[in-house]
Design a protein around this ligand. Structure first.
Ligand SMILES: CC(C)(COP(=O)(O)OP(=O)(O)OC[C@H]1O[C@@H](n2cnc3c(N)ncnc32)[C@H](O)[C@@H]1OP(=O)(O)O)[C@@H](O)C(=O)NCCC(=O)NCCS
Length: 159
């Protein structure tokens, strides 16, 4: 059983712990500010409590709602919960939020090497708009010399 919750400033410790394993690449300061920013929604997927385990967050997404477009800023799922539909649940919840906000488009950018995320986004109807060359540092390149392109993707929210 799984549920979706909107997180607030009270959930910073849980969100930092989740990001440490989910690895969406958000910095702690950005997570803290997203929890209190009026134009951002932080959605978290929770595994419901059962006899063996207490309820715990297993994935999250951050969406920024702008005047016309909305943008997914982060999406991450704990490794031990991947390929079980958690990101699918989160994406459905994001789309509901963005529909309620009356946004025209939902945007995101993704490392060109991140096949799981690209496939997830394509499943939800996102298409490619362009590319930002060398936008991201390569994963594990602490010297910051190798860079990876960002692919820009979007999905229309209205006909
Ligand atoms: C990308 C990510 C969020 C997907 O989460 P998930 O909960 O495993 O995804 P789901 O189980 O809901 O999968 C939904 C669909 O996405 C695609 N997908 C997800 N993981 C995939 C993989 N490893 N390989 C290929 N396709 C994949 C599939 O189309 C999948 O549908 P299917 O299982 O019916 O084939 C997860 O791998 C993750 O947290 N990665 C690290 C953080 C990250 O890269 N975030 C995105 C950029 S910020």
């Amino acid at each position: 059983m799984m549920g979706i919750r909107l997180l607030s400033g009270d959930h910073l410790a849980a969100l930092l712990e989740l990001e440490a394993t989910a690895g969406s690449g958000m910095q702690p300061a950005a997570l803290a500010s997203a929890l209190t920013a009026p134009d951002r929604k932080v959605l978290s997927a929770w595994q419901a409590a059962d006899k063996q385990r207490t309820s715990q967050p297993i994935g999250y997404a951050i969406v920024a709602i702008g005047p016309f477009d909305a943008e997914i800023e982060a999406m991450g799922v704990r490794p031990d919960w991947r390929r079980q539909g958690v990101a699918r649940w989160l994406m459905q919840a994001v789309i509901e939020e963005v529909t309620q906000a009356d946004s025209e488009r939902l945007l995101l950018d993704v490392r060109e090497t991140n096949d799981p995320a690209i496939r997830l986004y394509q499943t939800f109807g996102f298409t490619f708009d362009g590319r930002r060359k060398g936008y991201y540092p390569a994963v594990g390149d602490t010297a910051g010399r190798r860079r990876v392109d960002a692919l820009l993707m979007s999905r229309a929210m209205k006909d």
